[in-house]
Design a binder for this molecule. Sequence first.
Ligand SMILES: [Zn+2]
Ligand SMILES: [Zn+2]
Ligand SMILES: [Zn+2]
Length: 350
Amino acid sequence: MDEVTKDENYAISFPEDYETVCWGCGLRLLLPSYAPVFKCGWCGAITNQNPRKHDNRCFRWRKLRDRCFVSFLLLFMLFVICGGVWAVYPVVFSISYFCGVSHSIITVILAISTVSSFCLAAFFCAGTPPSILWGSYPVVGKAGLENYTFCLYCSKPKSPRAHHCRSCGMCILDMDHHCPFIGNCVGAANHRYFIAFLLSAVFSTTYVSIMTAYAGFHVWPPMSYRSVGHLTVFSRDMALRMVKEIIVAFLDSAVLLSPRGIVLVYLFVASLSVGIGLTVLLWQQLFYIYEGKTYLSHLSSRGDVEIGEKGCQNLYRFFGCPYSATRYLRCFFNIKKINKKFQGTRIRSD
Ligand SMILES: [Zn+2]
Ligand SMILES: [Zn+2]
Ligand SMILES: [Zn+2]
């Protein structure tokens, strides 16, 4: 064959040749000895002769878990919206009519944006890799399947930027991670909806925390102190007594809390803790986008010096360009890395 390189000629001269077939272009390949993983010199497809196929027994369980999480999260959002409106509105409307109307408008905007971005991230397909011809020469041209591997679950070629998700049961382009809370993968097609959901949820939980703290302060029963008023000389013992006194008064008054007050306390604690968790997740996501990688590519590149282009242009590209334009631009370093890994096992013959 005309494309045989020096390395390939050298490899073919080994005495113990091992013959096998490339899954990508169907050509017969001659390896110097049995190689479990090799790359075809013509189409560039990577063949793994000892594939480990994990059993798929937990598939139904994972689906059930995802559905439970999605339903729970939707119910929780509904509870925060309805409970928040019920618990806060008498307080805000008692301040002024303008405050009440502004609060209602902000609540409607935050509720619609959070629930709609959640539904888009959860029910929108995370991004299927483009279909590609494979299996026969010369339908598959030179380097036509560069760094493609074969997905045993989907029984079709898997591009270097795609990963198979066992929870979704399909290959996902630019897979970031499988998120059980949205019951879906975060990939090329729904990554922006996921970020929009996180942003919207962080704003919403911050707003709920502030409003519930404010309303809670207004509806809290008055606290009665026994001896704090008589404390005039400051000492360590006095300070401790004061703190103890305040805690006791706080707990005493908490017993008299109305159902509205209890809902406010619960909403404050829940929205604050959920908000902190989501802020950390959002920060991590924006950091990976800034670095030009996904969570999965970050895991696979641990300890590797080579990092793809990073900078604010990645963030602009992520939020600015349409999906079709961005899908081929990211994760170049992954392809480079795989190229390095398989150099030297590039053997081809007819
Ligand atoms: Zn091939
Ligand atoms: Zn697959
Ligand atoms: Zn998935």
